[in-house]
Each structure stands twice: as structure tokens, then as C-alpha cells.
Design a protein around this ligand. Structure first.
Ligand code: MN
Length: 214
């Protein structure tokens, strides 16, 4: 079964004014759409991989045949990353986190404001395209990391609790080159319920929430 582009769980304009409708349409339909299309095209050369989830593919890239490894890394990563991204945002989101993820943020970073500052700083400093993450370590601790391109923490044995996209395609139409402004505003559309769900999944020892599209 081919990988599929999941529908946005809200309208293109639903995250206005933080993220404009045109950015959402281009980002979802064209950018995420291209990752899915290119992932499927790469896998056509190796039909034995067709039953694997995109997450399983990027979890162990060394097991992916060399002729499609870069394509799977970039496009499989792009598919996994964006499938998460749409779900961890929502209209009228934001505010202070509650629940277990609020507790682990307080325990690990002191308070939510200090956490946000460190997260935004890591996102600002990621040179070129990439992502900034709160990632879970095998021992249960959490850390802020950034990754280049469409790399996902899964490929380093870490759990992607949530991440923000710092590719220019995520913010350039509205924020131009002002990435820190986008990073600061983004917290107003964060979906803490979904992030708590992902954190609980991490704490329960499961590898990763299944892709909704599969
Ligand atoms: Mn993106």
C-alpha cells in the first residue's frame, strides 16, 4: 500500500494569524505532498519495503538499500515530520502546558518560559533548513535537539515528543527572514493535548504513535 498524504485536521486559515492560509496550503499540499510522492517513487524500486511504515524505515536507515537510502531519509523523514506537525497544532491552541508534559518540562528545564527560550534558541541557531525538537531519551529523560533537513530523532534512537519546522517554507511568506519571530509566535497554536498524548506514548515505552495515514 502506498503512503498517503493525510488531510489537514483543520482549514488552511485555521491557524491565522500565527500561520497564514497560503503558507499552510503550500506547506501541506505541495511540500508534504511531494515528500509522500517521492517516498512512494523510491519504494517502487524495492517492493519488499512496501509494508513498512515510514517510521520503521527511518528508524533503521542502514537497513534501507543504498540506492534509495537518501530518498527515504529525506522524504520518509519529511512525511513523518509533517504528519506529526499538523496534529501538534490547532486553532486557539497555546497557553501554558498542563498534564504530564508540563511536569517533565518543569523538572527538566525549571519552568515553561525557560524551556521556550531554550527551544526557540535551538531553532534559531539551526543553520539552514531543519527542525527543533523536544526528544525523549531511552532512559525516560527529555532534551532539546535540532536536526538538519528532514532528519527525525527516531534515526538517533530518540523519541520525537514534538518539534517545530524551521525550514523557510514554514514561515517565509509572513515572517520573511525573521525566524525568531515565527518561533515565538508558534507557541500560540501548539496543541498540548496531542503533545501529552505523544509524551504518554513515549513514557509507556512504545516506539512511536502509528502514522494516522497507514
Ligand atoms: Mn515543512
Amino acid at each position: 500500500m502506498a503512503h498517503e498524504l493525510p488531510a489537514l485536521p483543520y482549514d488552511y486559515a485555521a491557524l491565522e494569524p500565527v500561520i497564514d492560509a497560503q503558507t499552510m496550503k503550500l506547506h501541506h499540499d505541495m511540500h508534504h505532498g511531494a515528500y509522500v510522492k517521492n517516498l512512494n517513487a523510491a519504494l517502487e524500486k524495492h517492493p519488499n519495503l512496501s509494508s513498512k511504515s515510514a517510521e520503521d524505515l527511518i528508524r533503521d536507515l542502514t537497513s534501507v538499500p543504498e540506492d534509495i537510502r537518501s530518498a527515504v531519509r529525506n522524504n520518509g523523514g519529511g512525511h513523518v515530520n509533517h504528519t506529526m506537525f499538523w496534529k501538534i497544532m490547532k486553532p486557539k491552541g497555546g497557553g501554558d502546558p498542563a498534564g504530564p508534559v508540563a511536569d517533565v518540562i518543569k523538572k527538566s528545564f525549571g519552568n515553561f518560559n525557560d524551556f521556550k527560550t531554550k527551544f526557540n534558541d535551538a531553532g534559531t541557531k539551526q543553520f539552514g533548513s531543519g527542525w527543533v525538537w523536544l526528544a525523549g531519551k531511552p532512559g525516560g529523560e527529555v532534551q532539546i535537539i535540532s536536526t538538519p533537513n528532514q532528519d527525525n530523532p527516531i534515526s538517533q534512537g530518540l523519541f520525537p515528543i514534538f518539534g517545530n519546522d524551521v525550514w523557510e517554507h514554514a514561515y517565509y511568506l509572513k515572517y520573511n527572514n525573521r525566524r525568531p519571530e515565527y518561533l515565538a509566535a508558534w507557541w500560540n497554536v501548539v496543541n498540548w493535548e496531542e503533545i501529552n498524548h505523544r509524551y504518554e506514548t513515549f513514557k509507556s515505552g512504545k516506539l512511536e504513535p502509528a502514522l494516522a495515514a497507514r
